[in-house]
Design a binder for this molecule. Structure first.
Ligand code: AMP
Ligand code: MG
Length: 352
């Protein structure tokens, strides 16, 4: 029998992505175009237009890079949840069209779970706790009794949106996360260079003192709203530089995320931590997670950046898992709906 090849479509937020993945987990293509703005956040109607405009081009690119024709695709999957209605609708429409026209089975996939499954595929993590740190989502997820359970999460905004809002306030533009990382790094290296020039005997690097910021962990959950207000006030007071705030904000919020991740690992007895989501590209967050895992004798996994940010490959791979897990049953075209508010723990995981 020919190997199943799935074409997965990702459109939960800013990214229109198409990935093509084989049943054995080989990624043949992972193409995307992302919506960006010069100033301000996502405008839903513009997002709808963006995804509609780039769909054909991304599809053509993905098929060309994968070296397959549409009639060699055995399954279409699309991210049906959670996300922005205007974005999700484009993916669902393209999926319906491709599946209907070419008579290909169709499945819907939950975006958060897809992040976890592509991480498991690529890093060989078996049963990890995942710290999913993205723009809109911040969740600590782990498998238990047929579902991916949320052991902790943000009570207000996602950590990425939080970093973006702070960055926008201090004039760094969107997306802000990478710029915050860059300035924080610069601040640490300037601090060390100054120390070294004052005292030639200092060889090793050290961490600069922190500006005290609200540290908001509530049980297993985290919150960023109060911290954002506090940071804006501090910046507006003129007493603190952008760089030192970027450094302190990273140290504070990543410590919050590491704390709840570690507690989830301790409670569940799982000894693997996997990172997912755009904020997981941050090297300082990776370093803090790695160190926590080393200290408790656990394994730490992080996929390469193209699979941390939103991508079509993860939707394709999760499509294959879901399709095989349910006995190769696709959904009817007319049932290919979207679920903007579906939670990770509402999905029955039939493939594990
Ligand atoms: P996602 O929603 O998973 O596609 O991730 C997008 C979010 O990741 C945005 O909020 C970005 O600011 C954030 N992000 C991307 N790269 C980094 C980074 N190096 N450090 C912190 N945040 C980042
Ligand atoms: Mg995501």
């Amino acid at each position: 029998m020919k190997e199943l090849i799935c074409l997965g479509i990702e459109t939960t937020a800013h990214t229109f992505g198409i990935g093509i993945v084989t049943e054995k987990g080989k990624v043949l293509a992972n193409c995307k175009k992302a919506y960006t703005t010069e100033k301000g956040g996502i405008i839903p109607y513009h997002l709808f237009e963006h995804h509609t405009n780039v769909a054909t081009e991304v599809l053509k690119d993905a098929l060309k890079i994968a070296g397959v024709k549409i009639d060699e695709i055995g399954l279409i999957s699309y991210s049906n949840a959670p996300g922005l209605g205007n974005a999700l609708r484009v993916g669902a429409f393209v999926a319906r069209y491709l599946a209907g026209k070419n008579k290909i089975p169709l499945v819907g996939v939950n975006h958060c779970i897809a992040h976890l499954e592509i991480g498991r595929l690529l890093t060989k993590a078996k049963d990890p706790v995942m710290l999913y740190a993205s723009g809109a989502n911040t969740q600590i997820i782990g498998y238990e009794a047929g579902k991916y359970r949320i052991f902790g999460e943000t009570l207000d905004i996602g950590v990425g949106n939080f970093l973006d809002s702070f960055a926008r306030h201090v004039g760094l533009g969107f997306p802000g996360g990478p710029k915050v990382e860059e300035l924080a790094k610069k601040y640490v290296s300037n601090y060390n260079n100054e120390n070294k020039s004052k005292n030639k005997n200092i060889k090793s690097s050290s961490q600069p003192p922190l500006i005290e910021l609200p540290y908001s962990v509530k049980g297993m959950d985290v919150a960023f709203g109060g911290l954002l207000t506090n940071l804006k006030q501090k910046f507006d007071s003129g007493r603190f530089s952008k760089e030192e705030l970027c450094y302190s904000v990273q140290e504070t919020v990543f410590a919050m995320l590491v704390e709840v991740s570690e507690r989830a690992m301790a409670h569940t007895g799982k000894n693997e931590l996997l990172l997912g989501g755009g904020v997981a590209c941050n090297k300082r967050l990776q370093e803090m997670c790695r160190r926590m895992c080393e200290e408790r004798g656990a394994k730490f996994f992080v996929p390469e950046n193209q699979f941390l940010i939103d991508n079509g490959a993860m939707i394709a791979w999760n499509g294959i898992l879901a399709f095989k897990g349910n006995g190769h049953k696709g959904i009817k075209i007319e049932n290919a709906d979207i679920k903007p508010y579906e939670r990770t723990d509402e999905v029955l995981v039939e493939w594990r």
